[in-house]
Design a protein around this ligand. Sequence first.
Ligand SMILES: Cc1cc2nc3c(=O)[nH]c(=O)nc-3n(C[C@H](O)[C@H](O)[C@H](O)COP(=O)(O)OP(=O)(O)OC[C@H]3O[C@@H](n4cnc5c(N)ncnc54)[C@H](O)[C@@H]3O)c2cc1C
Length: 348
Amino acid sequence: MSEIETNVPLQTYNTFGIQAKALQLVRIQSAPQLLALLQAIPDKASQASEPKFVLGGGSNLVLTGDVKPLVLKVEIMGKRQVAETAKHFIVEAGAGEPWHDFVAWTLDHNMPGLENLALIPGTVGASPVQNIGAYGVELQDRFDSLDYIDLATGESKTLDAAACQFGYRDSVFKHALRDKALITHVRFALPKVWQREISYADLEKLSKKKNELQPTPSMVFDWVCHIRNAKLPDPKIDGNTGSFFKNPIVTPEQCKDIIGRDPNVAFYKLLDGNFKLAAAWLIDACGWKGRGVGNAGVHPNHALVLINKGRETGVPATGGEVMTLAKAIQTSVYERFGIRLEIEPVVL
Ligand SMILES: Cc1cc2nc3c(=O)[nH]c(=O)nc-3n(C[C@H](O)[C@H](O)[C@H](O)COP(=O)(O)OP(=O)(O)OC[C@H]3O[C@@H](n4cnc5c(N)ncnc54)[C@H](O)[C@@H]3O)c2cc1C
């Protein structure tokens, strides 16, 4: 039987450190427990209409107030190899496993392939939701399949990569299945013949500096951790959600227009002929680094990272301050470059 906790403080359950409460929260430790909980909701109609929010590690979340939907906090654990094919090891992890620990576990078991995604905060279950990516690798490059439970019908379903509709920080879980599915397990296909991916500028630079042109998987893992620790603010010190905006993708014509507005704009060409612009550069060009609204600010060294200035001011930022700041940034980037920045974290 699931215990429903009431008025649960969420400040330590979101990496921005925003103070808010879950009016009702249930910890989900297994798929059968969730199915029993759904069945306990009196009839199918109220089961479908009762709003629910699935919470992982809270590292891609902005809370703008107390959370009224029933919060399902995912704590399903376990990691194991479940199969192998001619080319891949298939490994599975429970949705509540911390992502970084899972990456380290695959390396400890000689199944590399996820090392470029080391140190991304959050849980395994959330990793397909925004198709996490870093240092030249995206989750979809190593994805096999996942299991989820439909929160309206209580049905268990399995999806392959095509059905997940992965895109740049995007998937079906941000659209048709938003707040309708709880992912219980994710499976990954890790290559038996490993190929290093160090073409990303920071990794290439480190490889040359160390004169180590053929690093092992553990070296790549260590390098990624080193670069991330040196570059990104630690949410335990200054609350944040990592990149706050997606890098905008524009057509060649739009890119030409922006270069006309500022020839220094940072961009790179994608395989489909479109261009990806560096959102950090656009925000910095509008003079936002180090500025803020109330207790929410733009990191002084990373224009893409909005931070909770509570450590400095003694008062934690509210979700309202964070969103006011985000909207002000969106407006100034739009006015100067004609580009609409899209917010990456989920706003609740
Ligand atoms: C310092 C820092 C650095 C970061 N760097 C990166 C990076 O390099 N690359 C990157 O892609 N992201 C990055 N992120 C963002 C974040 O870590 C990822 O998006 C992560 O996958 C979120 O996991 P979570 O468990 O914290 O999800 P949460 O924040 O709890 O939830 C995010 C969304 O996923 C949904 N969700 C969570 N679990 C489940 C589940 N089991 N089933 C269904 N839906 C679920 C939630 O409902 C919500 O909509 C960073 C964040 C921080 C704070």
